[in-house]
Design a protein around this ligand. Sequence first.
Ligand code: CUA
Length: 313
Amino acid sequence: MNLQDLIGMPNAASTVAQDVDELYLFILVLSVISFVGIIGFMLWYVVKYRQQSENDKTSPMHHNTQLEIWWSVIPSVLLVVIFIWGFRGWMDMQVPPDDSMEIRVTARQWSWQFDYPRDGIVSDKLVVPANKPIKLIMSASDVIHSFYVPEFRVKKDVLPGRYSVVWFEALEPGTYNVFCTEYCGKDHSRMITRVEVLSDDDYQQWIDSGGGLGDLPMHELGAIFFQRYGCNQCHSIDGAANTGPTFQGLWGRDEQFTDGSSAPVDENYIRESILYPGNKVVKGYQNKMPSFKGKIKDKQLDAIIEYIKSIEQ
Ligand code: CUA
């Protein structure tokens, strides 16, 4: 039987969990010993010194300096041990290691969103590699929520208007629950998602495939990437002229280019324009667009194409 079964804790799946549980067990055992000892002595004294006759007098003794020193010093030493042990563990959990991988967490009524800034991925579940410290930078877009993974012994409030940070390192691949532990409204109890801990290879595969596109329809995901990659800074969707052509009315028309040629706007044209913006420059515009080759995943590109299709023509 392992420690977690003994004290009724969930599996210890992060690097800090075992230490947290050992301290918990230490405090639990101390408390039980103190409780049994104090109550036991009290009961024994109640019986031993009960009034046995009319003539019983109370004990003349009312002071014992040595005893009082001992029952002050021993608990003080134990308290210092608990403090140092707890403080070291707490510092450990507060300060993410320098080589942590950063993931942004957004909590809202009533869902979680995880953003991978380096890979341009948005996911509704948290996917991480095993044996790698993960730093979560969290904020809420409405009310206070709280991020909690019992198996990791990690819990931290997620607040609107500021960032809170929490980190963990998962020990091995597996799937764990994420709960919201701050009452945040009607569906608080359903604000649940998962952490999927993968091996390095599986994780890399997940990233390369564009990662957890979640359950959103493709064109809605495309709208997210349209903002994320900054397309909206140069391309309007309402017909207004900008640094680049508007996306309104774009799909399906014949586009005229500066070199006098033209081509229909279809999937391949959009794809080419995102990866090699200089190949076909629309008449009346200069090529100011950077190439997104190597920066955008195929699935994201597909989603953006679907988004452009979905814009009211
Ligand atoms: Cu979010 Cu409770």
